[in-house]
Ligand binder design. Structure first.
Ligand SMILES: [Zn+2]
Length: 316
């Protein structure tokens, strides 16, 4: 029995479940420290598998009492490559997808803060041998002369950045850019969608746009007021730009307790969203909380590897 037969057997035999897939970027990435890039070739192979073997649905058509199993495709953050590399493939295979966009980066045409961190520490060709940086009133000194040291510093700062508020993040990004003398974004690194690109993407009948806050902060470390503002304003900006109701939300970083809490869920409901996606693994069944839909993160797998993962996820 081959993998697709095993998958089909599971779908038939078990009670209906839906798997929500989580993507970020579709591109040939020069820098992919978190392994969130899927190449256009692999993405096409993956979408071909979905079209051939699965019932692909839209996120807003997902109901807990569905009698059929299915798959939903989602993207987080709002990278410009979603328009140039993902959309043509989605159109070729007629696959709908929801793209969760952090509005501040569209509005300001600035890079995502984690990409600046990666670019300065892992990709900038020449950087000083030490980095001194102030975070939340504390000064940190790091050795940065070797690649290994810079990777360690990258990991440490990535963790620390989760505790920062919006103005601290802004300062942090500014300081890193100054340190690495990195002032211009360069081709090959992730670029957020520009407003005109977001509007083009949203024009496709296959694409639904969801909200992903304004600035993509770790909401679990923000006050209730900041959480509500991040959630509400992110939604309002998208609605204004796209002239349509935005009803789906995805939690930045997406893990319960670590990245969002009960206050966050209440704020998402109060803002008028009808559903929300998290990042913990699992499938959607009648027991799922529609404000914490689980998702499976897809890596840069070829079609066969992708099918093996789907088989495991449906069998889990
Ligand atoms: Zn995100």
């Amino acid at each position: 029995m081959n993998v697709s037969q095993i998958v089909r057997q599971h779908i038939r035999r078990l009670y209906p479940k839906t798997v929500i897939l989580l993507y970020h970027r579709v591109a040939e990435c020069r820098l992919d420290s978190e392994q969130l890039c899927v190449t256009p070739q692999h993405f096409a192979e993956q979408m071909a598998c979905l079209r051939k073997h699965f019932n692909v649905r839209r996120l807003h058509n997902l109901h807990r009492w569905d009698t059929n199993s299915g798959i939903v495709v989602t993207f987080d953050d709002g990278y410009s490559d979603n328009l140039y590399h993902a959309l043509p493939v989605l159109e070729e295979y007629d696959i709908p997808a929801t793209i969760f966009v952090s509005s501040h980066y569209v509005e300001t045409d600035t890079s995502f803060w984690w990409d600046v961190l990666a670019a300065t520490l892992l990709a900038a060709p020449i950087v000083p041998a030490q980095l001194t940086i102030m975070l939340q009133g504390q000064t940190y000194h790091y050795e940065t002369s070797s690649e290994g040291e810079r990777l360690q510093v990258y990991r440490k700062l990535l963790e620390k950045a989760h505790y920062l508020n919006a103005s601290e993040i802004e300062q942090f990004v500014f300081d890193l850019r100054q340190w690495a003398a990195l002032h211009h974004w360069q081709d090959g690194w992730g670029r957020p969608l520009a407003l005109s690109e977001l509007q083009s993407l949203a024009q496709s009948a296959l694409i639904d746009i969801g909200a992903h806050t304004q600035k993509h902060l770790n909401l679990a470390h923000q006050s209730r007021t900041v959480q509500s503002a991040e959630i509400q304003l992110g939604r309002q900006q998208l609605q204004t730009w796209l002239n349509r109701p935005i009803t789906s939300f995805a939690y930045p970083f997406g893990f319960p307790s670590l990245h969002y809490n009960a206050d966050t869920i209440r704020a998402v409901q109060a803002a008028g969203f009808l559903r929300a996606c998290a990042n913990q693994e699992g499938w959607v069944t009648w027991r799922s909380d529609q404000f914490q839909y689980p998702r499976y993160l897809v890596r840069d797998w070829n079609g066969d590897e992708f099918m093996e993962h789907l088989a495991a996820w449906f069998a889990a």
